[in-house]
Ligand binder design. Structure first.
Ligand SMILES: [Ca+2]
Ligand SMILES: [Ca+2]
Length: 253
C-alpha cells in the first residue's frame, strides 16, 4: 500500500479514537495565572466540547488530591460571548456549543463574573476571574499531538501534506513541545511550521517561543526562509526551503 494512503488511514483511526487529555493542577491560581501555567506546562486550560469530555474531566478531578470545589476551565468572557482559551480550530475540528451549567447559571452577578469553574457537583458557574482555584489543563503526549512525516519533502510540500491529511505543520509553543518533537525526529533535521518574511507559523498562531541555535537565524546567502529543528540538539536553524527533509504535522484532536 502506498505510504501516503497508509498514513491517511492511520490518521483517520487516530482522529476517531483520540480525545482530550486533562491534567489537574494542585496549585490554586487566578484564572489568568492558571492560563499561563497551563500554556507553559501543557497546552492550555481545559476545553470541554461534549458529555464524553466532561465525564473524562470529572474522572481526572476525582482521581486527584487537593481541593476540588471549584476548578478552572478555559471558558471566559461573558454570557453573550463565551470564548475558549484555546481558540484554535486546528485543535478542534468539531467545536460545539456544549455547556453543563448549574441552574440559573451563568448569571454574571454584579457584572463581575467573567471566568468559568466546574463546581463540586460537576456543573459550571461563572465567577470572578480573581478568585484562586485549581486549574485543569488540556494536555497531550507526543503520540497524539504530532505526526512525523517520513517522506522527504520541501517545506511547501510538507505544509500541503500536513494540511491535507492532518491539520498543519507543527507549531512549537514551549520547551516541552520542543522536546516532544525532538524525540520524534529519527535523524538529521525536520521541518517545523515557522517561516518568513515576516516570521510566522503556518497555522497562523502567534506563539512567540523560539529556540534558535547559535548565530541563528542567519539567512545565509539570503536564501534561508524556512525553519528546521535539529534531531541532535532540538535547536532551530533557518535553511533553504527547497531541502527535502522529514517534517512534523500537528495531529487533529
Ligand atoms: Ca455565577
Ligand atoms: Ca541558517
Amino acid at each position: 500500500m502506498d505510504l501516503r494512503v497508509t498514513l491517511f488511514l492511520l490518521s483517520g483511526l487516530y482522529t476517531h479514537s483520540s480525545s482530550h487529555v486533562y491534567q489537574f493542577v494542585n496549585i490554586s491560581k487566578t484564572w489568568a495565572e492558571a492560563q499561563n501555567y497551563c500554556r507553559e506546562k501543557y497546552i492550555d486550560l481545559a476545553t470541554v466540547d461534549n458529555t464524553e469530555d466532561m465525564a473524562r474531566l470529572r474522572k481526572v478531578i476525582d482521581g486527584s488530591s487537593g481541593i476540588k470545589d471549584k476548578v478552572w476551565i478555559g471558558l471566559y468572557d461573558n454570557i453573550n460571548s463565551w470564548k475558549w482559551s484555546l481558540d484554535n480550530s486546528d485543535y478542534y475540528s468539531d467545536r460545539t456549543e456544549y455547556g453543563n451549567w448549574y441552574a440559573n447559571e451563568p448569571n454574571n452577578v454584579g457584572s463581575s463574573q467573567y471566568c468559568v469553574v466546574i463546581e463540586e457537583n460537576g456543573h459550571w458557574n461563572d465567577i470572578s476571574c480573581a478568585i484562586e482555584c485549581y486549574p485543569v489543563c488540556y494536555d497531550a503526549n507526543a503520540t497524539n499531538r504530532y505526526i512525523l512525516g517520513q517522506q522527504g519533502m520541501n517545506w511547501v510540500e510538507a505544509q500541503s501534506y500536513c494540511r491535507q491529511y492532518h491539520t498543519d505543520l507543527a507549531t512549537v509553543r514551549n520547551q516541552t513541545e520542543n522536546q516532544m518533537i525532538q524525540d520524534l525526529i529519527p535523524t538529521s533535521n525536520a521541518w517545523i511550521g515557522l517561516s518568513r518574511v515576516p516570521w510566522r507559523w503556518s497555522d497562523q498562531s502567534n506563539s512567540p517561543f523560539r529556540l534558535w541555535g547559535q548565530n541563528q537565524p542567519n539567512n545565509y546567502l539570503a536564501n534561508q526562509q524556512c525553519v528546521v529543528m535539529s534531531e541532535k540538539t532540538g535547536l532551530w536553524d533557518d535553511v533553504y526551503c527547497g531541502n527535502e527533509l522529514y517534517f512534523l504535522c500537528h495531529r487533529a484532536a
